[in-house]
Design a protein around this ligand. Sequence first.
Ligand SMILES: Cc1ncc(COP(=O)(O)O)c(C=O)c1O
Length: 395
Amino acid sequence: MAIANPNIPEDVRAVAADGTQLRYKLMELSALYPDAIALGRGDPDLATPAHIVEAAKAAMRDGKMGATPIAGLPELREAIAAKLRAENGLPVRFENVMITTGGQEGLYLVMQTLLDPGDEVLVPDPRYTSYDEAIASAGGKMVLVPTTHADAFNLRPEAIEAAITPKTKVILIITPSNPTSGIVTEDRLRAIAEIAIRHNLIVISDEIYEKFLFDGWQHFSIGSLPGMAERTITLNGFSKTYAMTGFRVGYAAAPLNFIQAMTRVKAATTGAAASISQWAALAAQTGTQEPIREFHRIYAERRALMMRGLNELGLDYSDPRGAFFLWTNSSSTGIHATELAYLLLKEGRVLIFPGNAFGENWGGYLRISVLQSTDLLTEALARMRPIIERYRAQG
Ligand SMILES: Cc1ncc(COP(=O)(O)O)c(C=O)c1O
């Protein structure tokens, strides 16, 4: 689908093929409209639980502001290792865990540490395009593995197998997925693990949305399967689970030699994650987990509201099994998603990211996040309706 509308400014058109730049450009434009409703970013809007904020304040009051070891605060690494053993079934100790400055740094450091020029990484399409840059900056090559709406964007082991070449080094899994909100189901993960072992591949498993699955779907960690601990790097973080995006704390769990190599790369980049944030993360990990249940309830309610609203608009979306998004087929409007997103922002004051911000093949989709109150989501749907209907009538 081509971007036809001549009214789309050149600066938006110029970045339409670069997922990350396109997202940032639309956020920049959105800042010009104080009344815009942001359904763009995937950062939780809910308040960080009070006991976590208090732990950060206490760390400051108590002068815990010196740098921690590069790989992170030992107490936090220990607490995360215990969580990964108990909840995810990963056979890890504290030495297998490294604290990163957000999951974002984790995925970058992993690629820097792991890839040699020319190494191929199998990446599900559509995808979280931050991986594109992380892979490219390490000299790696991204090889897309198609996923489909009909399959709820689950990864197909056969599609992975078909994409393997002698240069393949890594299979990247993101479950639940940004942007599709699909999951990779346990049966598929078992088959993918078997492929990884047979072809001697490494698996990177980004599980940052693990706490938010719906309709009875269960999260499963591929690193827990026999023969996988030694070839799996699990990525996660505190941003989504505890609404702590601004604290910038994430983590990687991996074999010891990999953590040691990654620690050397981290020492050369940002050094240790912010100490105050790590104390806050420790409180999050070891304190009450009740806020996660409350967040889950709130997201489920919003998700149901948005699903009803999209049904009423006659827009089809993929089964949202996890995460915060409605991956919505917008092709019935007859216009490219970049154009539609631009018009929804300019005329409707609703910020939504076009599907092509998550891969060039997705100009017929929108990624709608539900990280606003139910009142604002209702208002956003009302603002979207005349625009969608107008284009559909013209189409
Ligand atoms: C799939 C995925 N991985 C990692 C991240 C990084 O999150 P953070 O750096 O806030 O931990 C994000 C953020 O949106 C994401 O969607």
